[in-house]
Design a protein around this ligand. Structure first.
Ligand SMILES: Nc1ncnc2c1ncn2[C@@H]1O[C@H](COP(=O)(O)OP(=O)(O)O)[C@@H](O)[C@H]1O
Ligand SMILES: [Mg+2]
Length: 347
């Protein structure tokens, strides 16, 4: 059995009065700008195909207006497509009637919003227990579960506070706990950390990754921030003008950008912090006498280990400790450099 949770096929969304008619032009390949000019219709999404694997964090990245929110909102049917198919766990969610949809949203999928979207007149405890209330669980159980989640996101002691009494970071912990409390397998996060200060944001990323180690949810995480995407994503899809330009392993996106647009996105990243040994290793020769290097190690750490014996090539090993490749200091330096660096620039 394939382990795909979410399958999106040939998905289109056109905004406007007569999307069906505008679709003819879209199918003929008319650009977003041209469609707007000729018909006043806006392409939200164009021929999106995605297979999202269970228990993975799929990041969707793109500039403002590229269609990120439109895409994620299709997954819980806050938006219906102009054309296309969406299957979740083998079920055609477009075929859901009102009752199925309600059940699906209560039990299978939950969402964390950028602006937190907490209930202002409910306490932290009530906010977190809200989804459990809609599942019609007994009061005691709701309270106990909510308390457990409050503890899990580090908010013990704040049970009776109202959202307005909490900082942004704390409010988003409530948002996260509320979404997790229903035990839904799929978690949708639309720029959930974008409104937070950098330090708090980094803290929330850590909380999310720690929780994920334990919970193994299927997470669709939207961001316009490349560093966040690289930190969080098992896989990253890049959207531009409603189209997916590349949907790939993050290392492939860095090392083999699909086009100039993606390459341009990647050009200013600190490669020593994101490129991993496995992405730049070459074939083993059997002559390596340097230290063993873990394939998942970032180059900054590799440099530290190999710098002690710079003339020796290293053996790269996988998780099991089996040799899988070779690394030299020259290779590490090349991996850290921007691909277009000529070495002639002085300033
Ligand atoms: N309800 C709507 N009506 C008309 N155009 C919309 C609507 N919602 C989104 N759009 C347009 O669709 C495109 C994608 O928007 P959105 O998904 O919100 O982008 P993002 O979340 O990446 O910033 C944009 O051009 C936006 O203006
Ligand atoms: Mg958005």
């Amino acid at each position: 059995m394939s382990d795909t949770t979410i399958s999106v096929r040939n998905l289109y969304k056109v905004f406007g009065d007569d999307p069906a008619n505008a679709m003819k032009l879209v199918r003929d390949g008319v650009s977003k700008g041209e469609l707007l000019e000729r018909t006043g219709h806006v392409i939200g999404l164009s021929d999106i195909n995605m297979q999202i694997e269970r228990r993975q964090i799929q990041v969707v990245m793109g500039l403002s207006g590229s269609g990120k929110s439109t895409l994620i909102r299709h997954l819980n049917r806050l938006i219906d497509p102009t054309e296309g198919e969406i299957e979740i766990d083998g079920q055609d969610i477009m075929a859901y009637g009102e009752k199925d949809l309600l059940k699906f949203r209560r039990h299978n999928i939950s969402m964390v919003f950028q602006r937190f979207a907490l209930f202002p007149h409910r306490t932290v405890l009530e906010n977190i227990g809200f989804g459990l209330g809609t599942q019609q669980r007994p009061k005691d159980e709701i309270k106990n579960r909510a308390l457990r989640w409050i503890d899990r996101v580090g908010l013990s002691g704040y049970e009776d506070y109202f959202p307005s009494q909490l900082s942004g970071g704390m409010q988003q912990r409530v948002g996260l706990a509320r979404a997790l409390a229903t035990d839904a397998e799929i978690l949708l996060m639309d720029e959930a950390f974008s409104a937070l200060d950098p330090l708090i944001r980094a803290e929330m990323q850590t909380i999310l990754l720690d929780l994920q180690e334990e919970l193994h949810k299927t997470i669709v995480f939207i961001t316009h921030d490349l560093d966040e995407a690289l930190h969080i994503g098992d896989r990253i899809a890049i959207l531009r003008d409603g189209e997916i330009i590349q949907d790939d392993d993050p290392q492939n996106i860095i090392m083999k950008p699909a086009d100039d647009y993606v390459a341009d996105f990647m050009k200013d990243i600190n490669r020593s912090r994101v490129v991993r040994a496995r992405s730049i290793m070459t074939k083993l020769r059997g002559t390596e006498t340097g230290p063993k290097i873990n394939a998942a190690m970032i180059l900054e750490d590799v440099a530290q280990v190999m710098g002690k014996t710079p003339n020796k090539a290293s053996i790269v090993v996988n998780k099991q400790g089996d040799p899988v490749g070779r690394l030299t200091i020259a290779g590490v330096i090349k991996g850290m450099a921007r691909p277009d660096s000529t070495g002639t620039r002085i300033t």
